[in-house]
Design a protein. Structure first.
Length: 139
């Protein structure tokens, strides 16, 4: 069993006085293998996403965005197994250029902010009447 608090504490994402919400989105596909689900409205940063495969077909595609602005948080293509993900978005400087660590360095990334919006989960190629769950941690 994954203890998110220890993972987050080790990675510097969480302190004991920080409030983190956990929202489960259970999904059942239609005959064409598609499904859409939502968290309730949340405010904070998407810190962690857990995909729990129940019986979705292998090769399922999952797209996780904000509902109102369609900001992509995480895209999983041809996913075959459950997994843990710490999605991060690239940041930008005051001119709109991507912020980098050092001149030719790696992109600076930050957890996706969500303000009074729902997190939307879209499934494709999930199989005929198959199920799975996405758990979204917001803090």
């Amino acid at each position: 069993m994954l203890d998110f608090r220890l993972l987050a504490l080790d990675s510097g994402l969480w302190t004991p006085d920080m409030f983190i919400e956990r929202h489960s989105v259970s999904l059942t596909t239609a005959a064409d293998g598609s499904a859409t689900g939502f968290t309730p409205n949340v405010t904070g940063r998407v810190l962690f996403i857990r995909y729990l495969k129940t019986d979705f077909d292998n090769g399922v595609d999952l797209t996780i965005t904000t509902e109102a602005h369609a900001q992509t948080i995480l895209t999983l293509t041809d996913q075959n197994a459950s997994g843990n993900f710490l999605p991060r978005l690239p940041t930008h400087d005051e001119t709109g250029a991507e912020a980098l660590y050092a001149a030719a360095g790696a992109k600076v990334r930050e957890a996706a902010p969500v303000v009074n919006d729902r997190v939307k989960v879209v499934v494709a190629q999930g199989g005929n009447v198959k199920t799975g769950t996405i758990i979204v941690f917001v803090g």
